[in-house]
Design a protein around this ligand. Structure first.
Ligand SMILES: [Zn+2]
Length: 254
């Protein structure tokens, strides 16, 4: 078991999902000395971007290794721990086994806060929404007593807070959730650097491929979010429960 708990843990189905959503927030937390971690449920292989693939079941171990190395490097830039699980990309489902696998890592890392992707990505990978459901169930499984045998006999761990980072470009105030924005102005460079590590995904500056525009489009979105709270760049999180605020000065001194 990890000696020190990983206090804030973000979970996504594929390496790069967490960086794109809240890379700046994780970098900001680790700058403050808070121990952060990323869990990828799959290594995102196979992918259509590998030109060698001819069938849906092709699996290129070299490419998979490249993706794992990219993920490690991105985590290093953000100052986060990272684990990439071996659940199947594109065939990711919220099942008893997937819940147990994630809850086992929760029991090992013992986070106070878990941050999940939120929402469906219609017309894109269904893994994202499955991942959200797996996270929600694994948080519950992590605290279940008398079930240790399903979690490598690791003891129960209760997670205090669940937060979400909504998928890109959706409603800023999803009904039933409390939105808040994190100022990432001083961390946006680290976020961009972490995203550009993913050369396998075409996240390289280029004028010739469409996907290469994606990181700059995303940072433009972070800029739009920033403008809503009077800073240069921000990221969007939501809480499923109301937030307590004891410091009225926040409203008076804006
Ligand atoms: Zn993804």
């Amino acid at each position: 078991m990890n000696e020190e708990p990983v206090e804030v843990v973000a979970v996504g189905p594929h390496p790069d999902d967490v960086e794109l959503g809240i890379g700046g927030t994780l970098a900001k937390l680790s700058k403050k000395g808070i121990k952060t971690g990323i869990i990828d449920l799959t290594n995102a292989e196979p992918t259509p971007k590998n030109v060698k693939y001819r069938s849906p079941d092709d699996y290129d171990p070299d490419y998979a290794e490249q993706r794992i190395n990219e993920a490690k490097e991105a985590a290093r830039i953000l100052g986060a721990e990272r684990i990439t699980l071996d659940l199947p990309n594109r065939r990711l489902f919220d099942t008893f086994e997937t819940r147990c696998k994630l809850a086992t890592i929760f029991r090992e890392w013992r986070p106070k806060v878990v941050i999940s992707m939120y929402g469906k990505t219609l017309m894109a990978s269904p893994d994202h929404y499955q991942a959200q459901q797996i996270v929600e169930a694994a948080i519950f499984y992590s605290r279940l007593t008398k079930w240790d045998k399903y979690f490598e006999n690791l003891p129960v761990h209760r997670i205090n807070s669940l937060l979400y980072f909504p998928v890109r470009f959706i409603d800023l105030h999803p009904e039933g959730y409390t939105s808040f924005f994190i100022d990432i102005t001083n961390e946006v460079d680290l976020k961009e650097k972490a995203i550009l590590v993913y050369k396998s995904q075409g996240f390289v500056p280029s004028k010739t491929t469409q996907i290469s525009h994606f990181p700059s489009m995303l940072l433009t979105w972070n800029k739009t979010l920033g403008s809503r709270i009077g800073v240069e760049y921000a990221e969007h999180l939501v809480s499923p429960v109301p937030l307590r605020c004891d410091d009225f000065g926040y409203f008076m001194n804006k």
